[in-house]
Design a protein around this ligand. Structure first.
Ligand SMILES: Cc1ncc(COP(=O)(O)O)c(C=O)c1O
Length: 361
């Protein structure tokens, strides 16, 4: 069967290696997965309890409108319920936005080292993706603006960006917002929002009142520890959300995900604890990487991008043999880097000790 031309040339998304695969391939138990920026402490106990109680009701279809989750998010975020759309992971929200608004021939702009789902989605719809440079591994908003044409429909901005961990600050964002024509959608992907501490980091929900064509996307996969259930959300104008609801599959978010996400929102302690462990992990990483003389980008999220300064695959493979899964990022145009998620203290130590041994060989 012949796929559409736009699909034939797609470069597939390569996920982090699953623990089970490494165990099968190398016969190693006790693997440290530091490849997909998941929460190493797991989900909130409240979410676990809610899931267990929910199990006997999975014979029923979920609430297709995600009413309760949208109600809770509306209360927490201070935005109207009809401006929220829930997705099967934030990945699906990104896809729904593209499927709702992109026409074949439209252009979408994204950063050269930005999250790889943006070009995949854009290209699969027969649209052109226009690549903006990222000097210093950060989005260059002046360059992005210079690439806007009459055909531009969406600008993607991951803030913090994956896999670089860098952020766009408030003054740059406001500068950009004022200059990008209103007919261009600015999609800000804030998958790591809850981890950021920088006082200049912009909360884009504050700008929806001044710009209609703005979409904020967040997830329960990262700090909330629910990656396996697949649930994320987008905030946009009520009109935009009503169009997106026409495109969305009727029961796109399963009931377990909805229940767990609602419970997770009630557990501020879990979020605080997750953030604390991440901050401690970051401090540890910085000091040890400095000691080892390994360069890294200043991360605002729950991972580090480290520069091996040569082909990183032998280091990646040697780490695998030590039972540590990291993520090569060649597909992001970063040919000498590895991305490593911040784990529990013992996982971080294991990664550093393994790396120390490998670079000394
Ligand atoms: C920047 C960014 N956006 C979106 C996602 C998708 O997350 P999910 O679909 O699990 O919500 C990820 C996942 O790693 C990410 O790094």
């Amino acid at each position: 069967m012949e796929p559409r031309a736009s699909v034939k040339n797609l470069i597939p998304y390569v996920p982090g290696k699953p623990i089970e695969e490494l165990e099968r391939e190398l016969g190693i138990g006790d693997v440290a997965k530091m490849a997909s920026n998941e929460n190493p402490i797991g989900p909130s106990p409240l979410a676990k309890k809610a899931l267990l109680e929910h199990m006997a009701r999975v014979n029923l279809y979920p609430d297709g409108s995600c009413f309760e989750l949208r109600r809770k998010l509306s209360e927490k975020l201070g935005v109207p319920e009809d401006t929220i759309i829930i997705g099967n992971g934030s990945n699906e929200v990104i896809e729904i936005v593209a499927r709702t608004f992109l026409e074949p021939g439209d252009e979408a702009i994204y950063g050269r080292h930005a999250f790889i789902v943006y070009p995949i989605v854009t290209q699969s719809l027969g649209c052109s993706h226009v690549v903006s440079r990222m000097p210093g591994l950060t989005h260059d908003l002046e360059d992005m603006l210079s690439l806007v044409t009459d055909k531009t429909k969406i600008v993607y901005m991951a803030n913090p960006n994956n896999p670089t961990g860098t952020i766009v600050r408030r003054d740059e964002f406001e500068w950009f917002l004022e200059r990008v024509p209103e007919n261009v959608i600015i999609l800000v992907d804030e998958a790591y929002f809850e981890y950021v501490d920088d006082p200049e980091y912009p909360d884009t929900l504050r700008y929806h009142s001044v710009r209609e064509s703005l979409v904020t996307v967040r997830t329960f996969s990262k700090i909330y520890g629910l990656a396996g259930l697949r649930v994320g959300y987008g905030v946009a104008s009520s009109d935009a959300v009503s169009y997106m609801n026409r495109v969305r599959e009727p029961f796109n978010v399963n009931s377990a995900a909805q229940i767990a996400a609602c419970a997770a929102l009630d557990d501020e302690n879990h979020v605080a604890e997750s953030k604390k462990i991440n901050c401690e992990g970051k401090k540890y990483f910085r000091s040890r990487l400095d000691e080892l003389g390994i360069r890294y980008t200043e991360s605002h999220a729950n991972f580090f991008l480290i520069d091996i300064e040569k082909d990183p695959m032998p280091v990646y493979d040697a780490l695998l043999r030590d039972g540590v899964i990291t993520r090569p990022v060649g597909g992001y145009g970063l040919k000498t880097h590895l991305r490593v998620s911040i784990g529990l203290a013992q996982e971080n130590e294991r990664f550093i000790e393994s790396l120390r041994g490998i670079i000394k060989r």
